[in-house]
Design a protein around this ligand. Structure first.
Ligand SMILES: Cc1cc2nc3c(=O)[nH]c(=O)nc-3n(C[C@H](O)[C@H](O)[C@H](O)COP(=O)(O)OP(=O)(O)OC[C@H]3O[C@@H](n4cnc5c(N)ncnc54)[C@H](O)[C@@H]3O)c2cc1C
Length: 478
């Protein structure tokens, strides 16, 4: 089959028939729904970029598993170079779409599984690594997109899965059969589940003995019987449905809730099934990879924010104002610090027993803490530079109105020589980048809440060696 073009990717989604609800209605044509299509277009950019001459080397490589060229979004890393390419590719695609392209999460699942399935097999003699290898080959041969089904609904946060009033607050194995398992529960905030061919499920937290029915990992097609995608509202979603004032005229993002209503998972698609002590390893591997992906991607989004700010400085006549130049510098250094931290996490990566490569966890978590705070700061700087129309620009419907349109266009002119339409379009893009909840909230909670990054940093840091260094300097023995 080989690499797909963007159009082939979109046609491949047409062949799937997922059960989808949005705003109280059943959606049968996902691909042509403008709200969902904008997200699909963003994922489609990962295919588009792979076909562009200037990015081919970055986006396409030969997989040692199938000895064929593959899109890097289907390649679990097996070298430092692969780890570095992950970051660079995420920045490149984010720069292209100005939002989340949604394909990193599936790769982050594959990357985690390439390490942990092997480790489980070493202890228990299970067949998970081979199941995983067969699955990756399938993904690579058909150039498929995976979604990360990680976050459970979790009910009462103070309680574990077996203490909840409802035993399905974490996705649960409800039946074990000779040919597979049946699972029920829900995964939430599923970025791009409708842009994906496969849903890859991993545990969301550490589990203890007694939680065996919850320690589960597997992959199933996104239109498997019993799966229900319920598209969430986000702040600007009506714009795409109305077809005006979208800001980003091609790309967007959506994050459905995914209900698993007695879903059957065949044996050969299971990657973990009851091995509770490995849940935490899966969580750390996935979340560290995902936090690194975020840094590559979000530095690319800041690039777009810088570009929009510079354009509006030109359009508003403020390009020579010194505090605006300072604010551009403040955005650039934040993007580069984020990018640098993620690159460093790659260069400090190492080989794992399976032969797959893992990044430096502390650096990737440090980058995510940085993102959570500094992306908000970049949005604030962008809004400061651009001005108040980020908040309340009239609609294109008003600008095109026969009576008030000409008046509005007269009063919305900025610098001489700049078509008013360009100024209006750029304000809309800035509004989208600053205010799209599916994007901006993911800067904070995507890949885990900020406290989770701090806890990981503390757990993974060698505190004893730091104490030793201090004791030596102070002349204290031992
Ligand atoms: C836009 C967006 C896209 C996302 N995409 C995906 C995706 O594609 N796939 C996926 O699986 N997930 C995805 N996520 C989910 C994301 O990983 C979670 O939002 C995140 O892990 C936080 O979980 P939560 O939203 O349930 O918040 P909560 O876990 O309820 O956290 C809320 C607050 O409570 C604190 N808290 C909660 N429980 C505890 C506790 N026991 N001890 C101490 N503090 C606690 C947290 O630190 C945080 O401050 C996405 C999220 C967003 C917002």
């Amino acid at each position: 089959m080989g690499l797909m073009t963007k159009n082939e990717y979109i046609e491949s989604l047409r062949k799937l028939h997922p059960v989808v609800y949005m705003f109280g209605e059943r959606i049968t044509n996902v691909v042509d729904n403008p709200r969902l299509r904008a997200g699909i277009e963003a994922t489609g950019a990962t295919f588009e970029v792979a076909g562009m001459e200037q990015y081919k080397e970055l986006a396409v490589t030969v997989s040692p598993l199938i000895n064929e060229p593959v899109n890097r979004f289907t390649l679990p890393p097996s070298s430092i170079s692969d780890l570095v390419h992950r970051v660079k590719l995420n920045r490149t695609v984010a720069n292209h779409v100005g939002t989340c392209h949604q394909r990193c999460t599936g790769l982050d699942c594959l990357s985690a599984l390439s390490i942990v399935t092997y480790d489980i097999d070493q202890k228990y003699g299970t067949p998970y690594y081979q199941n995983f290898i067969d699955f990756v080959k399938h993904m690579q041969k058909h150039d498929l997109v995976g979604n990360a089904g990680v976050t459970d609904v979790k009910g009462d946060r103070a309680k574990g899965p077996t203490d909840q009033a409802d035993d399905q607050m974490y996705l649960k194995i409800v039946e074990r059969r000779p040919d597979g398992i049946v699972v029920s529960g829900a995964k939430v905030h599923q970025t791009g589940s409708l842009s994906a061919h496969e849903i890859i499920v991993l545990p969301t937290r550490a589990f203890k003995k007694g939680d065996e029915d919850y320690a589960v990992a597997f992959a199933i097609p996104s239109d498997t019987e019993g799966l229900i995608h319920v598209v969430g509202r986000s702040s600007l979603d009506n714009r795409e449905l109305e077809g005006v004032d979208c800001g980003n005229v091609r790309y967007s993002k959506n994050c459905p809730t995914l209900i698993f209503n007695n879903v059957f998972v065949p044996k050969h698609r299971i990657f973990m099934c009851g091995e509770t002590e490995f849940a935490v390893e899966m969580v750390i591997k996935f979340s560290s990879f995902h936090r690194q992906s975020h840094g590559g991607c979000k530095s690319g989004k800041i690039d777009c924010m810088i570009g929009a700010s510079l354009a509006l400085m030109d359009y508003n006549g403020t390009s020579k104002i010194s505090h605006h130049k300072q604010k551009i510098i403040d955005m650039i250094y934040r993007a580069e610090t984020l990018y640098g931290c993620c690159l460093a996490s790659s260069y400090e990566g190492r080989s794992m027993p399976s032969g797959a490569y893992f990044i430096d966890t502390i650096l990737s978590n440090a980058s995510k803490i940085h993102e959570g705070k500094e992306l908000s700061e970049c949005i604030r700087l962008m809004i400061d530079i651009c001005g108040g129309f980020v908040a309340d620009m009239p609609s294109d419907k008003d600008f095109n109105h026969p009576e008030i349109g000409p008046m509005l266009k007269r009063y919305f002119k900025g610098a001489d020589g700049v078509p008013v339409e360009n100024r209006i379009k750029m304000f809309r893009l800035v509004e989208k980048m600053a205010m799209e909840s599916a994007d901006t909230i993911s800067d904070i909670h995507g890949g885990g809440s900020p406290e989770a990054h701090r806890v990981t940093i503390l757990r993974e840091s060698n505190l004893e060696s730091k104490k030793r260094a201090a004791r030596r300097l102070a002349g204290i023995d031992g």
